[in-house]
Design a protein around this ligand. Sequence first.
Ligand code: FES
Length: 109
Amino acid sequence: MPTITFGSQTITCNQGDNLRKVLLANKINLYNGNATTINCHGLGTCGTCAVEITGPVSAQSWKEKTRLSLPPHNPDKQRRLACQVSVEGDIAVKKYDGFWGQGDTVVSA
Ligand code: FES
């Protein structure tokens, strides 16, 4: 079973599980501030579930790539949308500041 490290927390999931669903099911705070309630619930359109991931996950879809190319996101930052990601092995996840998680300061603890 793959492990997901998010700040100081480590959880496990099944290979292929959706990252957003796993984090929320384990009560891990994926969203910043009001984005906790104001988000697209996994449709891949709002961009508020953005995280940085180290480790094997699914490739970016055109939808995810498009959303991450639009402000306030910047494709150079290598963020991923948790709602569009399938976990394929052991990964480490970092959440950054900002409503969309677009900032430069890590907030996952
Ligand atoms: S929850 Fe909106 S893009 Fe992921």
